[in-house]
Design a protein around this ligand. Sequence first.
Ligand code: IPM
Ligand code: MG
Length: 367
Amino acid sequence: MTKRIAVMSGDGIGAEVTREGLRVLEAMAGKFGMATEISHFPIGGVALDQTGDPLPPQTLEGGREADAILLGAVGGPKWDTLEFSLRPERGLLRLRAGLELFANLRPAQIYGDLVEASTLKKEVVEGCDIMVIRELTGGIYFGEPRGIKGEKGARVGLNTLVYTEPEIERIVKVGFEIASKRGNKLCSVDKANVLESSVLWREVAEEMASQFPEVELSHLYVDNAAMQLIRAPRQFDTIVTGNMFGDILSDAAAMITGSIGMLPSASIGADGALYEPVHGSAPDIAGKDIANPLASILSVGMLFRYTFDMPEADRIIQSAVVATLSKYRTVDIQGPNTKTVGCGEMGDLVLQQLAETSEPIPVPAAH
Ligand code: IPM
Ligand code: MG
């Protein structure tokens, strides 16, 4: 069956990195004999300029109809002073909410000898491989009531942190499932010493633990988790947490790897799946062909793993990336004994590496 991919390149370096991600997607689809149908949709500032809306209805619809979305990045200084509802970021938040992409997977993994790029000591971060699973469509990001109310001088800024039991259940379940395919260790992060929503979160996680006897469940308060991530990150395998805690902890986890420009993500829900680099639109380097396309390329790996259920394809892409990095780097991760290349050339090199992969390609499971 033809797989439908909706491409939403967005703003800044979004277009150039997504172009390379897409080339890898098409090459891998070819390798596995899969037919793909690619459609492009505007999102973010580009969409706002074209249509007056950072998430035009046809973009949301296109995302809903696709098997997977490959997104670049949204935002830029040009739109930073606009009112909240018009900001490019709102387009992304509405897309997450509209397709109920509730499970955000953010792996923080060190690729090859990039260990040198971390600001932490090599002996602390070496071998780190953490999966942060962030709840993405609930919590304080979306809770009602919200807003700024009242008269100037006495205004109140209000947001609501609310989690329902079904919302907690479904994300914690993803946490257990993913942990059981990795190191069988799940750490649930909350603030149960202060927040009722966290007390409920912890209870639900405990109740679910009996369904996954092979997974060791632990709990940490978010402040302690932040400290532990920096102190001894290797203690973590899989982390599951709410929307805002996950936003913050996934950035911290990303920096352990030293190269946020390398990290992919997946946002998975009942109604679709979206794959995007963790890095932003980097408007200062947009259009210069110097951006690092590897996060987009690795996001394509996650797409094969989670949407097409082809972990082997993800492994092939990851190996090609690691092999390429041993000789070539983009400027953000340049090293002493490697050649610095541009965005398009890095894409070419990964494709070359993929073409040279001689290992037998297993036939994907039919589904
Ligand atoms: C992220 C970003 C977004 C978020 C912003 C751009 C709305 O920080 O994906 O982590 O806070 O979710
Ligand atoms: Mg963030």
